[in-house]
Ligand binder design. Structure first.
Ligand code: CMC
Length: 436
C-alpha cells in the first residue's frame, strides 16, 4: 500500500483530542483512510453496516469503476477477456496474476483437465439428497464434502495445498454441477472426457446420456464459456467476503468455498438470474409487453417489495459491462438456435428500454446487471432455472479461491472480527424463575 502525503484528521465536537489517520493510495480507484488504530486511540468504532464505505482488504485481483461501468481482472478489461480469451486462460490470470503464454496455457489446461473426475464415493454421498433438492443445497454440501475426500490439500497455510485445492475446485465444479443436475433428473452421471475443452466437457456432462452423445455446438459452448468468464470474479462482493471471512479462521479451502456457495444462493446475489427469468415469465403470463407499464408501477409503488430483478447494483451506477456482453451472447445463441423471436428476450429488451427511460430508475441509477440476460441465455442452452445459480458458483469458484489465496498470503492478514454498536439491555441480574 502506498502512503499518501495527505492525512485525514478526525475531530470531535466535545473537545476530545483530534486524531490523525493515514491515507493509502491504490493504483486506481478511491484512496482509503486507515482506521485500524482508531479504537485504540479513541475507544470508538466506525459504523458501516453493509460495508457502504469500507474497504475490507487490499487486493490486486479485480477492479470495478461503478460510475464508468468498468470491470478489470488483473488490469484487463472484461470486454477484451470475454472476446479474446477462454475461461481457463482467465482462471490462470486470476490465480497467478497474468495471462498464460502458450506453454503455460498448455500446462494449466493439462493440470485442470486431469483433476476433473471426482472420487467415486461422491456418488454415494449424493444419494443422501432428495431428488428434488435445490441444486444449490446439493452444491453447498458437495463442495464442503470435498474436504472429506481430499485430505492432502486442506492446509490453508501451505501454499502448495492451496494451489492443489484451487486446481481441484476449478476442475471438479463442472463435474459436481452436472452430477447435481443428472441426479435431479434421475439420469446416470456422465464422466468427464479429457479430450474436450473445459466448457465443451461441461455441456457434454450435462446433456449427453449413455444412449446418445452430446453434439458439441461451438456457439453454445462459447456462450457458456463467456458466462463463466463474466462471473469469474467481482472483487469484494458478499460471497467473496464470506469466503475471506470464513477462510480467515484458518479453515480448509473447501469449507471456505462452501461458505461462498451458501452466500451466493440468496436472491439479492447469485439467485437473481433465476429470479429475473421468473419475473419475465410472470410478466409474460400477465400479458407480456403490454403489461410492462403495470409491472413497473408495482415496482415503484411506495413500500413495494417487488424489485425489477436483474436491475441495480451496489457498485455499478451505470450499465454493468457484463450485461452488455451477455446481451450480445443472447443474440448469438438465440439466432444459432433459430429462436430470434423468443418472447422472453423481446420482453426483456422492451422492459429494459422502458425502465432506462423511467425517472424512478434514472434517479436511482438502476441499470441492467449481469443477471438480467444470463437467465435467457441459459434457458436457451437447455439449463433449467434452478441450476442457474449453481452455474454462477462454478464460475465464481476461481475468484473465491484466488481471493482466499491472496488473503492468506498477505502478511497483514488477521482473522476477520467485526465489532458492533451494542443497543441491547445493559447489565442486569437474573430473577429466580418463580419471581419473573
Ligand atoms: N428494482 C427496483 N428498485 C430498486 C432495485 C430494483 N432492482 N434495486 C434498487 N432499487 C431501489 C431501492 O428500492 C432503493 O430505493 P429508495 O432509495 O427509494 O429506497 C434504491 O434503489 C437503492 O437501492 P438499495 O437497495 O439501497 O441498493 P443496494 O446497493 O443495497 O442493493 C441490489 C443492490 C443488487 C441488492 C439491488 O439493486 C437489488 O436488489 N437488485 C435486484 C436483485 C439483483 O438483480 N441482484 C443481482 C446483483 S448483480 C449479481 C451479483 O452481484 O450477484
Amino acid at each position: 500500500m502506498t502512503p499518501s502525503e495527505v492525512k485525514a484528521t478526525l475531530s470531535f465536537s466535545d473537545d476530545s483530542p483530534s486524531v490523525e489517520l493515514p491515507i493509502y493510495k491504490g493504483s486506481i480507484g478511491p484512496d482509503v483512510i486507515d482506521i485500524r488504530k482508531l479504537y485504540g486511540q479513541t475507544g470508538k468504532f466506525t459504523y458501516d453496516p453493509g460495508f457502504l464505505s469500507t474497504a475490507s482488504c487490499n487486493s490486486t485481483i479485480t477492479y470495478i469503476d461503478g460510475d464508468k461501468g468498468e470491470l478489470l481482472y488483473r488490469g484487463y478489461p472484461i470486454e477484451q477477456l470475454a472476446v479474446q480469451c477462454d475461461f481457463l486462460e482467465v482462471c490462470h490470470l486470476l490465480l497467478y496474476g497474468d495471462l498464460p503464454d502458450g506453454a503455460q496455457r498448455e500446462t494449466f489446461v493439462q493440470t485442470i483437465t486431469h483433476h476433473t473426475m471426482v472420487h467415486e464415493q461422491m456418488q454415494f454421498f449424493m444419494r443422501g439428497f432428495r431428488r428434488d433438492a435445490h441444486p444449490m443445497a446439493v452444491i453447498t454440501g458437495l463442495v464442503g464434502a470435498l474436504a472429506a475426500f481430499y485430505h492432502d490439500s486442506t492446509d490453508v497455510h501451505d501454499a502448495r495445498h492451496r494451489e492443489i485445492a484451487a486446481h481441484r475446485l476449478i476442475a471438479k465444479m463442472p463435474t459436481l454441477v452436472a452430477m447435481a443436475y443428472k441426479y435431479g433428473l434421475g439420469q446416470p452421471y456422465i464422466y468427464p472426457r479429457n479430450d474436450l475443452t473445459y466448457s465443451a466437457n461441461f455441456m457434454r456432462m450435462m446433456f449427453a446420456t449413455p444412449c446418445e452423445d452430446y453434439r458439441i455446438n461451438d456457439v453454445l459452448v462459447r456462450a457458456i464459456d463467456r458466462i463463466f468468464i463474466l462471473h469469474a470474479d467481482h472483487e469484494q462482493n458478499a460471497s467473496t467476503s464470506t469466503v475471506r471471512l470464513c477462510g480467515s479462521s484458518g479453515t480448509n479451502p473447501f469449507a471456505a468455498i462452501a461458505a461462498g456457495v451458501a452466500c451466493l444462493w440468496g436472491p439479492a446475489h447469485g439467485g437473481a438470474n433465476e429470479a429475473a427469468l421468473n419475473m419475465l415469465g410472470d410478466i409474460q403470463k400477465m400479458g407480456g409487453v403490454e403489461k410492462i407499464g403495470e409491472f413497473i408501477k408495482q415496482v415503484k409503488a411506495k413500500d413495494s417489495k417487488i424489485k425489477l430483478m436483474g436491475f441495480g447494483h451496489r457498485v455499478y451506477k451505470n450499465y454493468d459491462p457484463r450485461a452488455k456482453l451477455m446481451r450480445e451472447t443472447c443474440h448469438e445463441v438465440l439466432s444459432e438456435l433459430g429462436l430470434h423471436d423468443d418472447p422472453l428476450f423481446k420482453l426483456a429488451m422492451a422492459l429494459e428500454k422502458i425502465a432506462l427511460e423511467d425517472d424512478y430508475f434514472v434517479a436511482r441509477k438502476l441499470y441492467p446487471n449481469v443477471d438480467y440476460y444470463s437467465g435467457i441465455v441459459q434457458r436457451a442452452l437447455g439449463i433449467p432455472p434452478s441450476l442457474f445459480t449453481a452455474i454462477f458458483a462454478l464460475a465464481r469458484t476461481v475468484g473465491w479461491i484466488a481471493q482466499l489465496d491472496e488473503m492468506i498470503a498477505d502478511p497483514e492478514y488477521k482473522i476477520g472480527r467485526p465489532r458492533q454498536l451494542y443497543a441491547g439491555a445493559p447489565r442486569r441480574d437474573v430473577v429466580p424463575i418463580g419471581k419473573r
